[in-house]
Design a protein. Structure first.
Length: 392
């Protein structure tokens, strides 16, 4: 029996690969996990009561696109956050944004463009679902370095016209996972102009949008409205996982132009996994409440400050503009991860596991990703051990 070849070259996923690297080795101290981006701050206190009050709705099939009340709450949040008016027919609730980032490509990427194989642009390093979505639709994936030289954002403008003319979708994450870089208004405006010129869509992954140090990151839908960009050019993806410390809720949404959203909703009616109604009730309350988001951001601010203090003498250190990862330069990420684990018990992720080799180069090889998601004291202990092991 044969299997599809389009997934044959997928590397082992980052976390099984990390287990292969480290699990056979003895930790050199009490383990401190700083690998996975799973928020560990307290959930909002309204989650339990809202869920309990709606338990009977587990006995109903959920609304596929989202309940009217939840879509209204999301629309209201977009208006407050970005100053844009997004009609509810341009929104769809997601069972986690990974679902949307994957399925939107299936719904919106044409089989050919100008008679040629379509291209999907992916920053490198990147959230791995982008590449799998591209493989699923049979597109050519073009990995574009997001390195220090480009401000840790992909320089899509530098690509040849032949590539851009075949491009159907360009993925972007801001604040970026793993580097924490933020796409400025100017960057987004230029990227949207590029999309208009070469006729492709921007898929803007904004899951970390509410975790920032100095100023709220601009959103693609906001800049599109400011520049008069066709709404059909932009699909944005947001989540409650990081914003509200609810990764297990698996609740997010996407917003798009009305024609694109019609296609996305149509596919989801056949192949989607809608959120249970009680989960939608909790989500409605979460998008309507900002107090817990401000409190959450304050906890990360404390850990940003701790990191700045701990690494104050390390010239190569930089704080992220947003998100909750440190992207630390080392000579070799995998070797550094082994050294940290065996000498201190601190567990981090080699940067190469989040990137792909292109022409023999992996832009993540000389980095480790460090998640600042644990409580402050635990995070501080881990950072001190990491500094003393690798940077002194």
């Amino acid at each position: 029996m044969e299997f599809p070849e389009r997934f044959a070259n997928l590397p082992e996923y980052a976390f099984p690969r990390l287990r292969t690297l480290l699990d056979h080795l003895k930790p050199g101290g009490e383990p401190v996990a700083m690998t996975i981006g799973e928020p560990r701050h307290p959930m909002p206190d309204f989650v339990g009561p809202v869920l309990a009050a709606s338990l009977t709705e587990f006995g109903q099939y959920p609304a596929n696109d989202g309940t009217p009340a939840l879509l209204a709450a999301i629309s209201g949040w977009l208006g407050r956050r970005y100053g844009v008016d997004v009609a509810e027919n341009r929104l769809m609730v997601l069972n986690g944004t990974r679902e949307g980032l994957f399925n939107a490509a299936i719904a919106l990427c044409p089989e050919t463009k100008r008679g040629k194989r379509p291209v999907i642009l992916v920053p490198n390093p990147f959230y791995q679902v982008y590449a799998v979505a591209a493989a699923t639709v049979g597109a050519e994936v073009v990995f574009v370095p997001a390195s220090e030289e480009t401000g840790f954002l992909p320089d899509y403008e530098s690509l040849p016209a032949e590539i851009l003319d075949r491009t159907t979708i360009a993925y972007l994450c801001s604040p970026a996972n793993p580097q924490g870089s933020v796409a400025s208004r100017d960057y987004l405006a230029r990227l949207l102009a590029l999309a208009e010129k070469h006729d492709f869509r921007l898929f803007s992954d904004e899951c970390y949008s509410e975790l920032w140090r100095n100023a709220p990151p601009p959103g693609a839908i906001e800049v599109a409205a400011e520049t008069g960009t066709d709404p059909e050019r932009v699909v944005i993806f947001h989540s409650l996982s990081k914003r509200s410390n609810l990764p297990g809720l698996r609740s997010g949404f996407c917003a798009a132009g009305p024609q694109a959203m019609q296609r996305i909703r149509q596919l989801r009616a056949y192949a989607g996994a809608p959120l249970p109604q009680p989960i939608q009730r909790v989500s409605e309350r979460a998008w309507a409440d900002e107090t817990h988001v401000v409190e959450n951001r304050a906890l990360y601010a404390e850990k940003y400050a701790d990191a700045a203090e701990i690494f104050s003498g390390v010239n190569s250190f930089r704080l992220p503009e947003g998100g909750f990862f440190l992207w630390l330069p080392v000579e070799n990420g995998a070797e550094a991860a082994v050294k940290l684990w065996t000498e201190t018990g601190v567990r981090v992720l080699p940067g190469a596991y989040l990137a792909r080799d292109v022409d023999g180069e992996n832009p993540g090889k000389g980095y480790i990703r460090v998640a600042l998601v644990a409580p402050r004291d635990e995070t501080r202990r881990g950072l001190i051990r990491l500094r003393d092991c690798l940077f002194t």
